[in-house]
Design a binder for this molecule. Structure first.
Ligand code: GLY
Length: 290
């Protein structure tokens, strides 16, 4: 049976439902990850992915997305993409229609338009209100950073063991313009290798990037750790080597080529959605104790 994982409570539910629907209607798992992230990007109520997200400190939305195929390590990504949806489709087009891995900023937008997407205003009245409130309370930036962490990272496995990873985000609320987090970075926000496993990250992008969290997890799987042990080992490594990373939530999830999966979090509760080809389950992940 195919398997799909998606991060965070509300966005993960939206993403996993759209992914399941795609597979049920004959789509591949790669198509399902694109559909899942597209559905979450399109939902104006999700404030850290796509339409309706919180903008950067200039009041502009900048989106990051990536995708990776484990059979041949193909990957595509976009970062700081403005006024284009779905960012994940543009990342996939970078992978499938160019010899490159990442396109950035205005040139990513130009590529998306050349490939047929139309620029649009992704700011909703609610996001504009949140931005205007933030402008009057700039010293509260940390509260917003803490409260918004809905990056959707998805992992998938075809029946035959082929693995995929993908992610989409608008990054930190009211971030510095041009800031890019872990999500579009192969090895940091996502990684997929059919010989080992697929992995993804979500949470504090700067720290997860420094940890090369996703590649580190798959590398640990290649050394014999189960996906759950590998995720926990990455978090333990971050706590030991990047003690500052414990200030905010960081999550690592992984999916082995045999279909076993796991997730670990450094603090707080995290919810992971899993669709196993038949049923959908919401799993609560809490920090390791002791
Ligand atoms: N993990 C998403 C970000 O920090 O941009």
């Amino acid at each position: 049976m195919p398997l799909v994982l998606a991060t965070w409570d509300k966005p993960g539910e939206v993403a996993v439902a759209a992914a399941a629907k795609k597979v049920m209607s004959g789509g591949s798992v790669l198509d399902a990850l694109e559909s899942g992230l597209t559905a979450a990007e399109d939902d104006p109520d999700l404030v850290a992915i796509g339409r309706g997200s919180h903008p950067n400190s200039d009041g502009e939305l900048e989106l990051d997305a990536s995708v990776m195929v484990g059979s041949d390590l193909r990957a595509g990504a976009v970062c700081a993409l403005r006024g284009i949806l779905p960012a994940i489709r543009v990342a996939r087009w970078v992978m499938e229609r160019t010899p490159h891995v990442m396109l950035a900023g205005d040139q990513a937008r130009r590529f998306a338009i050349e490939q047929g997407l139309r620029p649009q205003n992704l700011m909703t009245p609610t996001a504009i209100k949140a931005y205007e409130r933030w402008l009057t309370e700039p010293d509260r930036v940390e509260d917003y950073v803490h409260s918004v962490h809905d990056t959707v990272t998805m992992l998938g496995r075809e029946d035959d063991g082929r693995l995929f990873a993908a992610s989409s985000t608008s990054g930190w609320s009211f971030k510095k313009p041009g800031r890019v987090g872990d999500s579009p970075i192969v090895g940091a926000g996502i990684y997929a290798d059919d010989e080992t496993g697929a992995a993804g990250a979500t949470g504090w992008g700067e720290e997860l990037w420094k940890a090369c969290a996703s590649y580190r997890a798959t590398n640990l799987i290649s050394q014999g750790l189960a996906p759950q042990e590998a995720c926990q080992a990455v978090i333990d490594h971050m706590v030991r080597r990047q003690p500052a990373s414990t200030a905010r939530q960081c999550v690592v999830l992984a999916l082995g080529k045999d279909g076993r999966f796991g997730a670990a979090v450094n603090k707080g509760v995290f919810h992971l959605w899993v669709w196993n080809g038949v049923t959908t389950e919401r799993i609560e992940v809490v920090p390791k104790t002791g």
